[in-house]
Design a protein around this ligand. Sequence first.
Ligand code: PLP
Length: 390
Amino acid sequence: MQQKRTAAKAGTARRGATTGNGTAANGRATKAAAKRAGRGKEPGLDLLAYRDEFPILQRKVYLNSCSLGPLSRRSMAAMDRFQELWNEHGAQAWYQLWMGEIASLRAKVARLIGASPHEIAIAPNVSAALSEIASGLDLGERNRVVLADMDFPTLAYQWLAKRRTGTEVVFVPSPDRVTLPAELFAAHVDERTGLVATSRVFFLSGYIQDVRRVAEIAHANGALLLVDDYQGTGQIPLDVKALDIDFLVTGTLKWLMGGPGLAFIYVREELIPRLRPTVTGWFGARDQFQFRTTEFEFKDDAARLEAGTPAVAPIFAANAALDIILEIGVERIRERSRYLADDVVRRALDRGWKVSSPLDGAERSSIVLRSSSPRWTTSWRRAADRASRH
Ligand SMILES: Cc1ncc(COP(=O)(O)O)c(C=O)c1O
């Protein structure tokens, strides 16, 4: 009963604070949740008030955050503001306002992942972010790169494309196409290995890798660790320092709900001087606004990995979306979405379906897969259907 009242009250408060657009659909959702709350089991019921932030949730049951996160009213308003500023100030908007928006985004991303703003670079997508690192990192004699065969293809392509210049690419095979115990990396990482590049959350199964252990294995062998965290950031709490990650790439399309056109690179502070990308441009130059055509020096911070003019509309959208994520906190998002994913798994098993994700909720993110059937077509991946509640 207490929980019921708290949920309803929080809902009213959030609506007042944000959009004032409460709807019948949300009323029903809150009522249903409150009923379930009567059973005293469901965490994060007050978060249901945030459903009002997302117009699509009034019409749809949204199960595809691992592909494209939903658009919030706050991001829509921020993109409107971007257009107004462009109209009002023209090119002056760059110096007076948009650069500030970029700095604010960099600071929020740093806060979200436990880094400092000078360790963050902005890129148009994760593939471009990976290309910056791949072109900037000289592995010298250690030309072996170790990945998991469950990683997203674009991560592997960076180094497969470099095979013609001597890079050796090794894949650690998953024993069951669902999990990958970190110890399996140990057999493949050795003194020839310059880099271990893998994901924290596998897009193919939702499995959460023990990245801390993978970092230990990489570092014990003198190799660096790059993490593709596109499927983790925003749904599973992240502290890049605690996990001892050297490079991390992530983006706004999925769990950060900022839409397409924006990705981020984290570079551990001590490694920044080592990165000298051949994919570059004036946004990576130390004296960017001196316009010296005949001389080039990299910026001192991670922004040396940036190349040209960023897309500003997505920066506005992402800034607003990150406010929502930071306001709630990823710990609470994880608590709630783990409950929802457990619920999906339980219902699937009750129906006798084969779940191709870890059954243990501690090892599984919000991504749940089952062997394919034409009736569940949220997002098809290698003979399995994928659902991701958030
Ligand atoms: C884990 C992971 N990495 C990378 C990507 C691709 O990123 P981008 O299109 O920004 O290059 C995806 C897209 O689904 C992904 O799931």
